[in-house]
Write a protein that binds this ligand. Structure first.
Ligand SMILES: NC(=O)c1ccc[n+]([C@@H]2O[C@H](COP(=O)([O-])OP(=O)(O)OC[C@H]3O[C@@H](n4cnc5c(N)ncnc54)[C@H](OP(=O)(O)O)[C@@H]3O)[C@@H](O)[C@H]2O)c1
Length: 243
């Protein structure tokens, strides 16, 4: 029996590729390809979908996630933009409903490795800044990947020195998250790119990751669809499925 999957955001760049990919795998049955004109709750109920992959936007991902969990489908949330408080609530909600789910800031394996290596380096080199670049249609900034990278770094670094600099143009030193500067670029010609730059006396270390084609997200997305129904509770990050 194939697993019934809905893709929410199916008219978008990521969603249309996700539908194409799922259709190529007979273990899944694509029972819904939804966009903003559809009513997610009623389609889940009508199709009895087991998994909903959400690839929409930061301004609706929380409502979609609530609708998915409330309907008893397993969420695979690829959209960025959930706040810590929202993730906490969804975690408790999934626990209450005994429902496996996963929120994935980045489905690409090289991005997961970049985050892992950055977290490791932070234990030795606490001075660090993040530069992320995306295409101009990206709705939110910074990216979910940059935020997640900063969280992993913050957990692993012990001390950092106070940088003294006065901004003559507001924001020129980037936005601070967990005391880490994040710089977001939005440019044509870029899909998704991130550099994590560590500085130390007389040396720097740059960890860089480039997504040059959205196809790089599909193996991770399929892995989530294969595993999400057996997860206990809501996970955050593809790395939990890789080890
Ligand atoms: N996790 C990852 O690895 C990864 C990688 C890349 C991107 N992303 C994220 O994936 C999401 C989609 O990216 P994209 O580049 O594919 O965006 P996109 O091309 O703009 O597509 C957005 C999709 O969301 C739908 N949508 C917008 N507002 C909605 C609403 N209020 N309710 C329901 N559906 C709505 C759109 O439907 P309409 O056609 O009706 O407007 C469209 O299908 C973004 O959050 C992005 O940050 C994640």
């Amino acid at each position: 029996m194939s697993i019934r999957v809905i893709v929410n955001g199916a008219t978008g760049k990521m969603g249309s590729l996700a539908c194409e990919t799922i259709l190529k795998h007979s273990e899944f049955e694509l029972v819904g390809q939804l966009s903003r004109k559809d009513d997610l709750r009623s389609v889940i109920a009508r199709t009895n979908a087991q998994i909903v992959v959400d690839l929409t936007r930061a301004d609706c991902v929380y409502d979609n996630s609530l609708a998915i969990v409330e309907s008893g489908a397993h969420p695979v949330i690829g959209s960025s933009g959930l706040t810590d408080a929202q993730i906490q609530f969804l975690t408790e909600y999934c626990e209450k409903r005994e429902l496996g789910g996963i929120i994935v800031p980045n489905f690409s394996i090289s991005a997961v490795l970049m985050m892992r290596f950055a977290a490791e380096a932070a234990a030795y080199m606490p001075e660090v800044e993040i530069i992320e670049a995306h295409h101009q249609q990206k709705f939110d900034a910074p990216s979910g990947t940059a935020l997640k990278t900063a969280e992993l770094i913050a957990k692993n670094r012990k001390v950092q020195t106070e940088t003294i600099s006065k901004e003559s143009i507001p924001g020129v030193r980037g936005g601070k998250y967990l005391e880490i500067s994040i710089h977001s670029l939005r440019l044509p010609g870029v899909l998704a790119r991130q550099q994590v730059i560590f500085g130390n006396t007389g040396e720097t270390l740059t960890i860089a990751q480039d997504s040059i084609d959205r196809i790089c997200y599909m193996p991770g997305l399929l892995l989530c669809c294969r595993r999400v129904m057996s997860l206990s509770g809501l996970y955050f990050g593809l790395e939990h499925l890789l080890s």
